[in-house]
Ligand binder design. Structure first.
Ligand code: HEC
Length: 150
């Protein structure tokens, strides 16, 4: 009985969520650079959602342009936010095995965002929707290879 209890406790411990207890301590597995990039990804998530759920319906083209520029800037800086050794629960180690491909996907995202910015200037809804969908597809294409959902 006692033995079984220990075994169960061990199994339960193994099944705990993967966030390490030492997260957020300096020089640890999770670090300020990880926190910063997660913040920017969340901002992109908010931007792309706002484009589809608010800005397009309200024909708020200026807001679309601003969101697109913010995403493009992030796409250009993204490779620098993934220095060697900045592993995290969300980043697939394949990033550092195929870094040139990861860079190409960041660039594809930045280019799609710049194209959205240009198309937003046309004030035409259908092309704007298509360009915003292309941005979304560029997020997905990178996530399929390099993001670990956790
Ligand atoms: C070139 C690759 C790449 C592109 C492009 C990309 N992402 Fe990500 N994304 C990642 C990686 C890698 C992570 C995991 C980062 C980590 O946890 O360290 C991530 C994480 C996220 C997260 C989770 C943040 C959290 O809460 O942990 C969100 C949300 C997200 N991305 C949204 C987006 C959106 C929206 C776009 C496009 C507008 C996008 N991403 C484009 C690679 C990418």
């Amino acid at each position: 009985m006692g033995h079984n209890f220990v075994k169960m406790a061990l199994l339960a411990a193994l099944a705990l969520p993967v966030t390490p207890v030492w997260a957020h301590e300096p020089g640890s597995y999770e670090s300020p650079i990880v926190e910063q990039r997660v913040k920017r990804f969340k901002q992109s998530g908010g931007d792309i959602q706002a484009i589809f759920k608010q800005h397009i319906g309200k024909k708020n083209f200026v807001a679309i342009e601003q969101a697109a520029l913010r995403m493009a800037a992030w796409g250009r800086q993204m490779p620098d936010a993934f220095p060697e050794g900045s592993n995290s629960v969300g980043a697939d180690p394949a990033i550092w095995e195929n870094f040139s491909d990861f860079k190409a996907k960041s660039e594809a995202f930045a280019n799609a965002a710049m194209r959205l910015k240009a198309v937003a200037g046309s004030r035409k809804i259908d092309p704007i929707k298509a360009a915003a969908q292309a941005v979304g597809a560029s997020c997905k294409s990178c996530h399929e290879s390099y993001r670990i959902k956790h």
